[in-house]
Design a protein. Structure first.
Length: 123
């Protein structure tokens, strides 16, 4: 048996901002004790832990991490994320791997944000 992903750590100038954005996006809560130095989403038991760690270096290149999100209400969800501070970059039509069922139309939205975290939906 191989290893399993326990969590994902993301470097950010202010850990609380992207943590709160991702919590709103994913319908989760930020764990108590969040600070600009470290913030994590409360684990839900079904998905890997998502944590944000302060890094002192300024961002020098584009972020190379994004989260692919699936929604059964693609248009409405895209609008909700934009209202949270995301910016639409493009819509991407993409089929899922063979044998994998999607609860949504086969599309994702790539967005950009105004802060350090660059996820599929970013702020």
């Amino acid at each position: 048996m191989g290893d399993m992903v326990h969590g994902l750590g993301v470097g950010a100038a202010d850990s609380e901002k992207p943590a709160h954005f991702c919590a709103e996006t994913l319908g989760r809560d930020v764990a108590s004790g969040a600070s600009p130095a470290f913030a994590t989403l409360d684990p839900d038991g079904a998905t890997p832990r998502l944590s944000f760690h302060h890094v002192p270096e300024p961002k020098s290149v584009k972020n190379r991490l994004h989260l692919d999100l699936i929604s059964p209400t693609f248009k409405a969800e895209s609008q909700r994320l934009i209202a949270l501070g995301a910016s639409r970059i493009r819509d991407v039509a993409q089929a899922l791997p063979a044998g994998r069922r999607s609860p949504t139309p086969k599309a994702t939205s790539a967005t950009s944000s105004r802060d350090e975290t660059r996820n599929t939906t970013k702020r």
